[in-house]
Design a binder for this molecule. Sequence first.
Ligand SMILES: [Zn+2]
Length: 456
Amino acid sequence: MPIVTRRYTFRLYPNVAQTSKLFEARRLHCYLYNAAISHRKTEYERFGKSVTYLQQQNVLPAFKEDWPEYKELHSQTLQATLKRVDLSYNRFFKGLSKRPKFQSIRNYSGWTYPAYSGWKALTNGKHGQVVLNDLGINIRIRGQVHQWGTPTTLTIIYKPYLNQWYASFTVNVEVPNSKFGSESTLSYQSILAVDLGTQTALTGYDGEDFIELENPRFVRQSEEKVQRLSKKLRRKRSPNHNKKIPASKRWKKARKQVSKLQRKVANQRKNWQHQVTREIASRYDIVVTEKLETKNMTRKAKKGSKRKHQKPRLNRSILDVGFGTLNQQITYKVQSKGGLVIFLPTKKIKPSQRCPQCGTVHKHWADLSNRYHICDNCHFEKGRDKSSVMVMYNVVTNQQTGLGTRLEIVDLTISTSKTRKHTGSMKQMGEMKRQKSRQNNKSLGDLETPTSQKSG
Ligand SMILES: [Zn+2]
């Protein structure tokens, strides 16, 4: 059976004694993070040297001699924290983000156990407990997931705004073999082509009927309320660490109200998504969709662009519907019942530009303002999203005319565990161990001189 990796998050319910231990561990990790940044900074500023992750990892034992409280913590979690520093430097070197900064303990999120070692998940997917060996605590967790499996990593997260703790697991889950291995066994009766659009949240076509789901506008409805609360928050004197203005009780209270409402909206959205995707997965065995890069679509408009005003609005509706997760949820729910999800190569097929009837590609159809499509070749006419799902359906059922070659099903990117994206850090941390041993063998000669510079 194929195995896929999923991330599940549970809320932690620590008691008073456990809470203080969690805070203490978080504080230590935050200090280590800052020490690692300081180390890199001084090495670079004084000697023009850039420090690697491995050098920092090698300093850890010496660091622990000087700071014995770190000996209590699981050493892999310390490595994982150093890895966080490394990742943010990598992002910086690639020009993807700003230079890593010292983290304030106020906002520091938590730490990670990069392997199934030093902790235990006592749950079968519904509530239970998590055991953290290094802190010697056994914390109650609450939450419920569709399908539990073998846990692999654990990240402990603190949300300062809410004053709540969370445990985020990555879990390997077995999904049943797809019933539809090859083209010959495809049954065309239960195929749904899906388009996640902006005008309607979701458009589907199963060969006969269209499904159209309206964009739930609850975010916009709640927006007024959020705005009102945010205004209240702005009118309170905000804390300023530099000017030594502490957070007032009123400011804290107002901020809590805002984040509470935002969380409520997020939950409403999640519920709606689960309803929709459950319905689709129960009715269809094969789901066809196109790969969508939400990131690109939600980026800010370029400077000087005329679409400055249009883009934020488009942004908001895309984020309202919660694109990425809708796609992900359909994928895993269909997979869980042994179905198949097919991602079409958008560039090749151009579903939004192609006429489903005659196959002509109309460049101007791609313009987002073009809501209704009329083919000047065969006079076919339909709404933008509808015509696009028709093309996708036709392609998979081999009925689409106008494509250069007949697309073989094997040619398409069929969803497997490969399509699941990890958060970069976790993936890299998983590979960390192997990398370490490989590099150790390579450079045994110059391993003798890790400068045990204590910083921070
Ligand atoms: Zn046409």
